[in-house]
Ligand binder design. Sequence first.
Ligand code: ZN
Length: 435
Amino acid sequence: MTTIYSARWVVPVTAAPIEDGAVAVEGQRIVGVGPHAEIVARFPEFKVESFGDAIILPGLVNIHTHLELTAMRGYLENEETDFFAWLRKLTRARLELMTPDDIRVSATWGACEAVRAGITCVGDASDSAMMSMQALRDVGLRGVVYQESFGPDARLAQENFEKLKTKVQELRAVESDVLRAGVSPHAPYTVCGPQLELIADFARAEGLPLMMHAAESAAEEAFVREGCGAFAEGLARRAIEWNAPRVSTIQYLKQVGVLDVQPLLAHCIRVDDRDIETLRDTGAKIAHCPKSNAKLGHGRAPFARFLEAGIAVGFGSDSVASNNTCDILEEARFATLMARAGGGFVPGADALRVATFGRGLSEGALADLAVVSLIGVHQLPSYDPIATLIFASSGRDVILTVVAGREVYRNGHVSNVDEDRLRARMLEISHRLHG
Ligand SMILES: [Zn+2]
């Protein structure tokens, strides 16, 4: 397909905004970015789509999600003061109340929400990664799907690791141009040290991306540093031995080899100066999830300091069970305001770079883009397109989403799936969870 998308503003992110700009797309790639007149003259045979008062920007990246949990939006509000109880109710509902098809529907609904919000790429961690992979494929999203692994009992480390290997093998068989498989040892309190070592070695040997929750809650910190608290008590009740490493989560992950594979670490709230240095020196990436962190009362990650240290940071909505929306523009605004409230000044342009995880609109780049309408009452007037994007817009203002040159969302309609059928199924699932 050969198309020129044009609008009042093109915000390439990796270059200055262009007024009356245009982006030419051929197949899966961008072949030109510049002033409208120049692009139309360069590609006279291309179809021209003009969006008028709107901004064209690179597709947004939601680097940490659990789309399979979309049916649990608002389901855990009563457990939010007790993270252990929150996780227990979530896990029970997922394993005992939802069928495999429910999981797939839930993930597909989440993928629809993502493309409606201009998200073109997700990092999705799932216990049923194959279902997530299918959901992303059905909707047309780009992404890395991380197969989760659990196992706090060192005696079962090898057995749990073998299960993970089998699932990853199946996932790799369905990888595509836009979908990759990865591994996710869930968290320090659900995966024992020997299993973390096995998974890190496997990721290194196979060149697999690795994602893990790290330094998130007070309960996790008590567990890793002191060997006490709700997680330690939970293991003791199951007669599972746990010898706390008595260091921070980040230093522990360094000891067990997880930091050797440049992992993506979600949350990183409870980190000190030494941890930030370690993250920088090892090339770890951070999924900053400020809304989820705040909603569950876990605290505030030092976002401005991550950026100062030069660590690669992306925004994650986390699941809508703890957010309750999958909207990266909203996440970017919240992150920026929270950082400033804490005394660290993050410019809007930096937040936008994080929201696209460093991707830009440039010749030769992948044709992943979003169009944000500027006709909303809440956006007028607009003097600076970046300020309008970060501080006045949300995913609800998106009117077009394109992944690898293919339109996946336009003007209220997700292109590739039957949203009415999914809506009916989501209601059915929610009644069952509620009942
Ligand atoms: Zn998460």
